[in-house]
Design a protein around this ligand. Structure first.
Ligand code: SF4
Length: 424
């Protein structure tokens, strides 16, 4: 069976001022700090009262973060767009030798790192295609080269898909014991300077959707293995959901449920006790939030980042992609379902700054950073130079009624004086 995106194409009934008494029961459960069920999730997705859903997400978000909203000063580095795979939804990849294909040299990467430091960045976010010919040492050398010229930069690098690819090119990936190869890669990368993992490559945790749209990429069990091993090694990670293509809304909820189960396990390793239902929720009043120590040892998911699918330029160009209301709703639902994720990010590059501002009022507490170069998705035909300033980010946050807080990658407060910075 082929499911289609069940996003309404006619105006949302919200526009007719509908409200939904079913949200009252959900509100009561949230006020008691209880975990929402999958049935609750179905209600959140099916109710015409989208603003009621956003209001609940805002309530939870304020309980966790008050009026703080986070941003950071960062750089993205897409080291190569050469990829062994050809995912239908991807407009980024090229084959080796194709027009527009590139692979950054270590000298280019060093120069990028220096320029990031000169601009006051605290983080470099590094992802790329699955290059079929670069040796494993290219990746460890890349981290070491950046460390050498820019020791203050936190290196958030390589999605789970890349980690498995690296295990294969290092010839340590064994199908009967894949964890061992993943651990080997992560240990070597960590030793070279890896600070945390981004959340990309998760797409939607459903085998039907995966095989139809992401065939060849790792499935959910392998993605979750990579993040579990990273957590066991004390690395923090993020998670994404790429929605609005061939999945339906319930499949998004299944994805969120799998993530919160994985986070329960991560938090249990850090000493959190489950409640009577077996859940570990962070959204109850007074619950201690996980924070990495000064040695940067962590071991949990920090942030969920809902990413809308952009059909332009991909093999799924015939699909409409999600609209603004669906983006708002999905972000709010993520805030409500993922009660053990400390943060929800509206990634402005894919949502736009205007939407990011709205999303701050619908459950988001973070709008990412200054970015500068981003080659993966070009919203509205943008080129790879997609830069905003910290002044703009703060204006957007204040405009939404929140207090901007500059953070580092691990959500520790940054005290800044021009390009100089230190942790609070
Ligand atoms: S999504 Fe990633 S793995 Fe798939 S083709 Fe694009 S770069 Fe390659």
């Amino acid at each position: 069976m082929t499911a289609t995106l069940d996003t309404p194409s006619s105006p949302d009934p919200l526009c007719q001022g509908a409200s939904d008494p079913r949200l009252e029961g959900i509100r009561d459960r949230l006020l008691r700090g209880e975990r929402l069920s999958m049935d609750d999730g179905d209600v959140l997705y099916s109710t015409p009262d989208i603003w009621g859903v956003c209001e609940l997400a805002d309530m939870v978000r304020r309980r966790l973060h008050g009026d703080a909203a986070y941003f950071n000063i960062n750089r993205h580095l897409n080291y190569s767009n050469v990829c062994a795979l050809s995912c239908k939804f991807c407009e980024f990849y090229r084959k080796q030798g194709d027009e527009g294909s590139y692979t950054r040299s270590l000298d280019e990467i060093r120069a990028e790192a220096r320029s990031a430091v000169d601009a006051g960045a605290t983080e470099m976010h590094i992802v790329g295609g699955l290059h079929p010919f670069q040796p494993f040492e290219y990746y460890t050398d890349m981290l070491r080269a950046i460390r050498e010229v820019a020791p203050s930069l936190h290196l958030k690098a390589f999605t789970a898909v890349e980690i498995v690819h690296l295990a294969k090119i290092a010839k340590v990936f064994k199908r009967d014991d894949r964890t061992a190869g993943i651990r080997w890669v992560l240990e070597h990368l960590k030793e070279a300077g890896l600070g945390s993992l981004p959340g990309g490559g998760a797409e939607v945790f459903d085998d039907r959707v995966h095989d139809e749209a992401f065939k060849g990429k790792i499935r959910s069990d392998v993605w979750l293995d990579v993040h579990r091993v990273a957590h066991e090694l004390g690395l923090n990670t993020n998670a994404t959901i790429l929605y609005g293509h061939i999945e339906d809304r319930h499949e998004r909820l299944v994805h969120m449920d799998m993530l919160r189960t994985a986070q329960d396990e991560a938090l249990a390793r850090l000493g959190y006790q489950p409640d009577a239902s077996g859940a570990i929720t962070l959204t109850r009043r007074g619950v201690r939030q996980p924070t990495p120590d000064m040695s940067e040892r962590g071991g949990y998911f920090q942030t969920i980042i809902p990413l809308p699918f952009f059909p332009d330029g991909s093999e799924l160009e015939h699909l409409p992609g999600p609209g603004g209301l669906e983006n708002l709703r999905t972000l709010a639902v993520a805030r409500l379902m993922l009660d053990n994720f400390p943060h929800v990010k509206s990634f402005w590059i894919m949502q736009t700054l205007d939407m990011a501002q709205l999303m701050l009022q619908c459950g988001a507490d973070d709008i990412d950073g200054t970015v500068v170069w981003y080659d993966i998705t070009k919203v509205g035909g943008a080129d790879t130079h997609q830069e905003t300033t910290s002044v703009d980010l703060q204006r957007v946050i204040r405009g939404a009624g929140f207090q901007p807080i500059e953070r580092d990658t691990l959500y520790r407060r940054v005290i800044r004086d021009g390009v100089e910075w230190r942790l609070a």
